[in-house]
Design a binder for this molecule. Sequence first.
Ligand SMILES: [Zn+2]
Length: 308
Amino acid sequence: MHTKKIGNKLFMVELGTGGFENLICSYIIAGEKPFLVESGPTSSVPRLLSGLKELKIDFEDIHYVALTHVHLDHGGGAGTLLKSLPNAKVIVHPRGLPHLVDPERLWASSQIVLGFISDIFGKPESIPKKRLIPMTEGFFDLGYGGKLNVTETIGHASHNLSFLESFNDGIFPGDAAGTYLPEFDVIVPTTPPPFHLEVALSSLDKLISLKPKALYFSHFGKASDAVQRLRDYKVQLQLWANIAEDGVKKNQSLEQIRDRIIREDKVMNRIVDFVKNHRIYSKTMLENCVLGFIEYAKQKWENPKGTA
Ligand SMILES: [Zn+2]
């Protein structure tokens, strides 16, 4: 079984991408017309389809696939997935839309930024424009009295959306609220370059104002105490930013700044061995996400008024 019921009319599909457990998942909201959240990467599409079969949901009945953003691990598989879902359209931020129509540039930059990880995710296939619904704010009727609210939450990416479902009052934040490690019940920043701290913080305020009861992370799974976690995540981002800014002023290396983050962030301190030994997280969390803060700090340092 790859699927798990995690709430009223709500299921999670463990995608098991590249053989990794607890790394990437998709969600199914089983309203009158079932709704998918996140296609996951191309390599995991067969697993997502087998999850639908497990739940006895007909492929023809899926009308919407909502993508939090178009990064390969969240929306990379949408083109391949649509070939099996004849009636489905994809909800995407307008800034992400061109990358779904023509994924070549996204694929090329992912290969540079992610290296071997992009091969684990697989190359995205193009989606015809008529099957895409560009959106930043709005809502969908889920049937049975339920609603899915769409809201723009940029910062992690310039094209990040979050979705609030009313059956359980939970939010799918994509990567706007960090990465949840269920093994430790903690959140770690997901902040690859280009990361914009102020924008990310105001997106978190937006999510807090919706008073969610749960967060459904694409990495990975459901977490309760949503509002408190969002508040804590804001504090954690600010801590990383302060350390990066100080490090940039002192001309410290990425390794020095990273090691100071590990020392001073209680969460990182607890999970550092796990992350260092994780083939994917060792690169994404300990390199790319630290680099996001360093580049942000450099830009702020070189250009304090933000006039560039
Ligand atoms: Zn992601």
